[in-house]
Structures are given as structure tokens and as C-alpha cells.
Ligand binder design. Structure first.
Ligand SMILES: Nc1ncnc2c1ncn2[C@@H]1O[C@H](COP(=O)(O)OP(=O)(O)O)[C@@H](O)[C@H]1O
Ligand SMILES: [Mg+2]
Length: 334
């Protein structure tokens, strides 16, 4: 893909400083004001709360946690699609709020969960994949067509589908289209938000393998979001675990997955080991479901579900303390 001719066409973006993290969050938060009607007062919902992390180049940075914990909100902020209400995000060392949206989209591209809704049903595959080139005014009709064919080959789509429409494709094929569209601008960073969870189990492994191959081939940086630890296990270099908007454990993937320290990560790991991975989290460990994010528990927000609760967990917020080579936000380690 990175041949000289195509590269030269999109050279307007300055080369990133390899020393700096590809993306960095400093105390990032996002609050949504929720209210039923104009008469009832609105309540704040902290979808993402005080998240700090560095995402280094060429690595797979996984973000895991239950549905509703803030993964997609974080992803949208990393893509520059949503502004943080607190803290700041840096892209190649520059505050993302100061980076032109065209430049952001040349450097960071998304692959979303649902390939059924993320592809325009009225456009052909050629038109969908080439859209970023057209938006940025890159290339002629002929060169675009050639590039689309090249990308289709790269993601394993037969060229005969080039003039087809999304509804003529399988779920796996559609996700390949989304991946091709994400790659066409040669971004360094791809934000994958649950890229396989809408797909049949039999197709998931193919898409994961494709993402892994592409990452190795083009030295891509992935932010890989999933609610499923089993999925990230094969791919991730780093794992960040989120709970009710907060980062509660972070570290090298092998460490976090082999020896989870936070009781929440431990429970997530146990749920991976249940015979039926689609059963979700085991009730026994968790006791109750996810609390109402509009009325989060006091102290450590995990305390009502925690099997290792002790004095102070319900009143004081634990700080994210380094524990060996990782970070854990839990009073057990304070
Ligand atoms: N645009 C929005 N307006 C109001 N609330 C939102 C919005 N987007 C997300 N939320 C809320 O923020 C929380 C986190 O949502 P989300 O980031 O989608 O979580 P996840 O991707 O982990 O399932 C949820 O409680 C959700 O209802
Ligand atoms: Mg989500």
C-alpha cells in the first residue's frame, strides 16, 4: 500500500514525531447533561471520567469493559468527533482541539461495530471506499479506482464486488469494506470500536486476523475497543479496563489478562472462562447489575458489586496507584 506515488499525494500532513505518543489523554472527561423534558432539570452523566493514558505507535491498545462504561464515548473523543468536557487529548503531541478536522481524519480513522449501519446503503462499494479520497480531493477518477481495487485486494474482497451495494454483501464482507475505507488515507492510527461484535462467531476470527495482518504490515497503531476480553487477548499489547467511565486497571496485556489485580478485571476474566462466552458476566461474582450512571455509587463505584469490599470502599474514591508494572484503582492496593 505504501508505494511512493500514492504517498506523495497525501504529503500535506506533517510526519509525526516518532518520540511522542500517537495519542495521549490527560485527565479526559465527558459529561452529558440528561433531562427528559425542558421542565425537568437535567442531570449530569459522567460517561468518561478523568482518563489519562498514552497510546504508543505501532501498538495495540485495548479498552475493555461492560456495555455503557464509556468506551464509545472515549473512542469518539479520540477520533475528534466529540469534544471532552474536561482534560485534553493530544494527537502527535498537539492538542486535538487545535488540529484541523481534515488532518485528524488523515491520521486517525474509525472502524465501527456495525457494518450494517456504518455503510451508506445507496452507495456502491467503490464509492464507499473512495469517499475519504474524494473528501480530501485526492487523485483522478482512474487513480481512485485503481486504489480502491488495491485496497479491496488487501482486505480480501473479490474485485467483482466493486460495483455492488452493501446489502449484497455479508456482514464480514461489509466490515472488510469499512476496513478498506479506513485504510485508504494511510492513517497511522485506527480506532476499532467493537469491530467484530456484530458479526457471526465464525467470521469474527477472520476479521481479527485481517486486522492483525494489516497492523503488522503497515505498523499501524490500534485502539481496540471490546467488551470481550477473549477477543483482545490475541491482539492487544496493552489493556485498559474501564468501569463507569473510569480507568480502573491498566498495564501490559499479558500481565493484566494473566494476573488481573482489580476485582472487576478478575470478574471479567472469570466471565471469559465460563463455558458459554455469550452468557455475559457471572451473576455470582457481581451480585448486582451495572449501577445507574446518573446516580453512581459513592466512593469506588464498583463497591456494590465487589466481592472484596472493605472499610472505606463506599466512601473514598481510590486513586489510580501504580502496582508493580501497572495501574490499579482499588483500595486493596492503596
Ligand atoms: N450522546 C449521548 N448523550 C447522552 N448520553 C450518552 C451519549 N452517548 C453516550 N451516553 C451515555 O454515556 C454512557 C457511556 O456510553 P458509551 O460510551 O456508549 O458506552 P460503551 O461504548 O462502553 O457501551 C452510557 O451511560 C450512555 O448512555
Ligand atoms: Mg460502545
Amino acid at each position: 500500500m505504501k508505494n511512493d506515488s500514492s504517498k506523495s499525494e497525501i504529503q500535506s500532513v506533517s510526519k509525526p514525531n516518532e518520540e511522542l505518543p500517537a495519542l495521549e489523554c490527560k485527565n479526559v472527561g465527558r459529561t452529558f447533561m440528561i433531562g427528559k423534558s425542558i421542565l425537568s432539570s437535567k442531570k449530569p452523566l459522567r460517561a468518561v471520567d478523568d482518563v489519562s493514558l498514552k497510546i504508543n505507535r505501532g501498538q495495540v491498545f485495548a479498552v475493555v469493559g461492560e456495555s455503557g462504561c464509556g468506551k464509545t464515548t472515549l473512542a469518539r473523543m479520540l477520533l475528534g468527533l466529540l469534544e471532552p468536557t474536561d482534560g485534553a487529548i493530544y494527537l502527535d503531541g498537539q492538542p486535538i482541539s487545535e488540529v484541523d478536522s481534515d488532518v485528524i481524519s488523515q491520521k486517525v480513522q474509525p472502524v465501527f461495530q456495525d457494518p450494517y449501519s456504518s455503510l451508506n446503503p445507496r452507495k456502491t462499494i467503490e464509492s464507499i471506499i473512495s469517499l475519504p479520497l474524494r473528501v480530501h480531493g485526492i487523485g483522478t477518477k482512474e487513480s481512485m479506482l485503481e486504489r480502491v481495487s488495491e485496497l479491496m485486494r488487501l482486505v480480501g474482497l473479490p474485485n467483482r464486488l466493486i460495483h455492488s451495494y452493501p446489502n449484497q454483501l455479508s456482514g464480514g464482507q461489509r466490515q472488510r469494506v469499512a476496513i478498506a475505507r479506513a485504510l485508504i488515507m494511510e492513517p497511522g492510527i485506527i480506532v476499532c470500536d467493537e469491530p467484530t461484535s456484530a458479526l457471526d462467531v465464525s467470521v469474527q476470527a477472520h476479521i481479527l486476523n485481517l486486522l492483525k495482518d494489516l497492523k503488522d504490515r503497515f505498523n499501524l497503531t490500534y485502539i481496540f475497543i471490546s467488551h470481550d476480553l477473549a477477543v483482545v487477548e490475541h491482539l492487544a499489547d496493552w489493556v485498559a479496563v474501564m468501569y463507569l467511565g473510569r480507568l480502573i486497571e491498566f498495564g501490559p496485556a499479558t500481565e493484566v489478562l494473566r494476573n488481573p489485580l482489580h476485582p472487576y478485571t478478575q470478574a471479567l476474566m472469570e466471565s471469559v472462562l465460563t463455558p458459554d462466552p455469550h452468557k455475559g458476566l457471572p451473576e455470582i461474582t457481581f451480585g448486582r447489575g451495572l449501577p445507574n450512571p446518573l446516580d453512581p455509587p459513592s466512593g469506588c463505584s464498583f463497591h456494590p458489586r465487589c466481592s472484596k469490599i472493605k472499610d472505606g470502599c463506599d466512601s473514598r474514591l481510590p486513586s489510580l496507584l501504580p502496582e508493580s508494572d501497572r495501574l490499579v484503582e482499588c483500595h486493596l492496593y492503596n
